[in-house]
Design a protein around this ligand. Structure first.
Ligand SMILES: [Zn+2]
Length: 412
């Protein structure tokens, strides 16, 4: 049987020694009682950090620590309270006990790390903890990480919305385009929503530091940016505009095939995503399916070609050339009677400056889309993201560690 001295070495809690132990071989549990070593008697007030050598009282806290082989380890820590002139009777600060929860810091770290690779439910099963406890540990782990890291300056921002469903509606998402990291979530997508970001998250100096913003052609966002960061160039990027183009082709598809009943409708069924896919991303079989669809309806084909050709707008680097291409694209709409595309053309003309700004200020493309995709994949896997703060930290950690950026691939 190892001695307490040997247990102290293996446990390796800096400044603490084991003075009693208990092993239950049937239950596979190990219990270790620890207290401060002789040279570690300066006790810190957890309220203000002032140091004391006198103890007010002593108690014992049981915390779960990393397992020892097949044994679950519980550490019984002797903790003190001090009588602080500023804070009153207060608990001492123990770095290895990060919160009031019954877990050691390194145990929480192990759980948090596991949560980066698996769902909370899977982690819960592995550690034999309730899923809600695992989420709470993970949240604390992420908060600690967030507090200790340097945050890069915001020079290029992205703003987008995510649709959460009928009940919760929209979530506004602000991200840093240079780091690909989400910065902030706000409920709804009003001007006041984004105002909230500028007001609470940034100083006046930080607001002046923003050079460019990639946003959807959504008026409330534009108004908010113009108010809070008037120097910032607004850019309507490809991702957002192509979202509108996809919505337009979807509208054409529905209008063309809805009235048609029976066999034709069955043929069209499930072809929606085909129409939303880029031609280059389709295999031969899918291309054939799409061609069959086009043979049935020339207007759907025309709409598809319009969507595909709009995509080329962003291959131009000079304003004049980009403008000419857009003009020729709009000219193709004449006599087509494709109402959704006429509306799209008007939308583009109304937002021309912001589209051409793409040629003036270079912003990385696809970042907003990637950030969006990561958040959606978290939402799909996660459940239990009623806590937006948790969702945000999770998405930030994901962006910084680049966990999911590779996995995310979707045809635009
Ligand atoms: Zn104090």
């Amino acid at each position: 049987m190892p001695t307490d001295n040997e247990f102290t070495k293996i446990l390796a809690w800096p400044g603490y020694r084991v003075y009693q132990h208990e092993i239950d071989e049937n239950a596979k549990t190990l219990k270790l009682w620890i207290r401060r070593k002789g040279g570690n008697r300066k006790i810190e007030c957890s309220g203000c950090g002032r140091k004391f050598s006198d103890i007010y009282d002593t108690s014992e806290r049981a915390v779960r620590d990393l397992p020892w082989s097949a044994f679950t380890a519980t550490v019984m820590v002797e903790v003190y309270r001090v009588n602080c002139p500023d804070c009153g009777v207060k608990r001492e600060k123990v770095p290895l006990l990060p919160s009031k929860a019954p877990f050691s810091q390194r145990f929480e770290e192990a759980v948090g790390l596991a949560c980066e690779m698996a769902s909370a439910r899977q982690v819960a099963r592995h550690f034999k903890l309730p899923a809600s406890t695992v989420r709470a540990i993970d949240l604390r782990y992420l908060e600690r990480w967030n507090k200790s890291r340097r945050k890069p300056a915001l020079r290029q921002m992205g703003v987008d919305e995510i649709y959460l469903g009928k009940k919760q509606k929209f979530l506004s998402v602000v991200c840093n385009l240079e780091t690909g990291e989400p910065l902030w979530f706000g409920r709804e997508r009003k001007k006041e929503t984004l105002d909230g970001f500028f007001q609470t998250e940034l100083s006046a100096k930080q607001r002046r530091g923003i050079q460019a913003a990639c946003v959807d052609m959504w008026e409330p966002y534009r108004l908010s940016i113009e108010q809070w960061a008037p120097q910032c160039q607004i850019i309507y990027d490809k991702f957002h505009i192509m979202q509108h183009a996809n919505a337009a082709i979807d509208e054409v598809r529905r209008a063309e095939f809805f009235r048609k009943g029976g066999a034709l409708r069955d043929l069209v069924k499930g072809k929606r995503w085909l129409l939303l896919s880029r031609w280059v991303n389709l295999d031969t079989g899918k291309k054939r399916q799409l061609n069959q669809l086009f043979a049935l309806n020339r207007r759907v084909m025309k709409a598809y070609l319009l969507k595909e050709s709009l995509d080329r707008l962003w291959t131009y680097h000079y304003e004049g050339a980009m403008l000419r291409y857009l003009q020729s694209w709009i000219d193709q709409l004449r006599w087509q009677r494709l109402r959704p595309f006429e509306k799209l053309a008007q939308l583009l003309l109304d937002h021309l400056e912001g589209i051409l700004n793409y040629c003036r200020t270079k912003v990385p493309m696809g970042v907003v889309e990637a950030v969006n995709g990561n958040i959606k994949s978290l939402l799909r896997r996660g459940r239990g993201y009623k806590n937006l703060r948790y969702l945000l930290l999770k998405a930030q950690r994901m962006a910084v560690t680049k966990t999911e950026f590779v996995a995310f691939k979707k045809a635009a």
